[in-house]
Ligand binder design. Sequence first.
Ligand code: FEO
Ligand code: CA
Ligand code: CA
Ligand code: CA
Length: 679
Amino acid sequence: PTPDTGKLSKLNFSAVSKGLADTVVVPAGYTASVIYALGDPLNSATTAFKNDGTDDSFENRAGDHHDGMEWFGLNAAGSASTTANDRAVLGINHEATTDESPTRLSSFFLHANGGTPTLPRPAFEVDKELAIHGVSFVEVKKTGSTWAYVQNSTFNRRFTTLTDVDLTGPAAGNALLITRYSTDGSKTRGTLNNCGTGKTPWGTFLTGEENWAGYFTRPTGDNAARGNDKSVTALNRYGRTEGTASRHGWESAGSDDQYARWINARTGTSTDGSDDYRNELNGMGWIVEMDAYAPSSRAKKRTGLGRFAHESAAFSLPVVGQALAVYMGDDSRGEYIYKFVSNASWSAADAEPADRLATGAKYLDSGTLYVAKFNSDGTGTWLPLTLAAIPSSYTAYSFADQGDICINARLAADAVGATRMDRPEWCATHPTTGEVYFTLTNNSNRRAAPTGSQYAPDSANPRAYTDVKNAGTTQSGNVNGHIVRIKDGAGNAAATTFTWDVYLFGAEAGASSQWVNLSGLTSDNDFSSPDGLVFSKSTGLCWFQTDDGAYTDVTNCMMLAGIPGQVGDGARKTLAYSATLSVDTYVGAAPTEDTLKRFLVGPVGCEITGLVESPDGKSMFINIQHPGETTAMTAVAAGDPNAASYTSQWPANAGYGAGKRPRSATIVITKNDGGRIGT
Ligand code: FEO
Ligand code: CA
Ligand code: CA
Ligand code: CA
């Protein structure tokens, strides 16, 4: 039998097969149960979820599109505990809602008839969508061997797009954050498109704001209204060129601040933006810190960590007397990997502080933000993003101060020459080696012969190929993604150099092209488009999850477990594209059937997201995001009687809850013999 403590050297479960069934599949000997789904009420004053599109009061219900998640243990007395295994507050991101198409404005599963798909949107629909995004804190508790969420816990809480939030750090009070809502630039309204998460060494929750830009509209004529100043350069760089429509048309529901703010335009006559929402976009795109244990505490946007399309935030292993580093990715094609290094040195007394958010200010509000440059020889450099580091030759944008650099981190990273990556999603720190793993999910803009906005392969993003397998469609670029890992050099967290290699290249096991299946994947462990990645502190296993559109003709999205080696354990490989283009890359040691296996396959149309374990490693919580995303509006318009035409009816078909509309949900996985997950 496997010992019940220590890190694993061999995976001891039977690999799950790829599959298309509308269910959660886990290995023999394991059980998966739904515990917290879209719409579940958080207090006793809120009615049971009917799941027919007529429910409201989402500020007191589970939000949609469960994503990143963290664990905050509670002892029997309801106090913070780092060792409790049967009671906790879960912090859960609610990233987005399910849309049939980019042009249909209402999220169809949320409304009785699919909602109003065109402008103007009715306020009662928009209010529902405003409240359904954000974060849940929800208590979960094990009674006997059964986990459930606690409907009336005093820890239960929602943050939404309407919650008043503080801005802290170098950009707080900056001229670029002044709005009609906050005329001194100290606050903003809400958090949005919360994707990856992190947990601080002092016990707070970090949530990353990812695809926030698309929720705003910017009217034609705004460039001229701004006098074509540098704010136009910044807005364009973050994806809001003038004349772009918003994702849901929230701005059309009324003139109140909660609707008008989604029009990011210069409409007032002030010089500083205090009478309009010209700077509203600058209030989103941050890592936000929240204290799960303090239900009346405020959320803090930590601007020192930079503004971009955030995924997770992973800390270096804390060492007393040394700086802390926070590693982060910017998930957009050709964007960058960053790290923030604290000015403060780690103190062991801060592991369980009296005031967690004050401790957050100590470590996250002063420090240095860096961006990664990967070299072709397997080394890399962390380039500081400071006024002094911006070369005088860079003229595309002029930075006024460090707050401007944090707000426009992408432009600063352009200026210093960072490496354009294949969509950095989650990162996580190996619990013993301290090496940091980054999923690079895929990149349709990577090409051997790039044109326009495309990029040539480089050593850290070495693949550009064509996949014709997914239902006859052709996809090009880095179709299947990869996982890169870095080892910081001397000084560890504060190091300005690192070494790197590629832990795994995603691939279909049968791929024939010479540069697709570089990691030698088999039918038991092949995958595409890695996204979530979390290390178990109990077993040391590297759990990673897929958000795939290239292999979904063969399998629903999945979760795998790996036992990785370390940077440099493999070999250099040269990919020769042509007589003039060849790329050296570094491929980690090939996995075996003992070190990489598929553990779970999810329901139809879902993405697998988020992962936490109880400290003993015996209860694992993950999220099933947007099952049924492939459903067409015609199926919804017919209403629940026609639910058979929804592509997914999960979790109703797993016995959870009313109605047939598919719902994002948290599930708990346990081993039937009571052992640790993966052993
Ligand atoms: Fe929300 Fe990049 O995943
Ligand atoms: Ca993600
Ligand atoms: Ca993704
Ligand atoms: Ca998703």
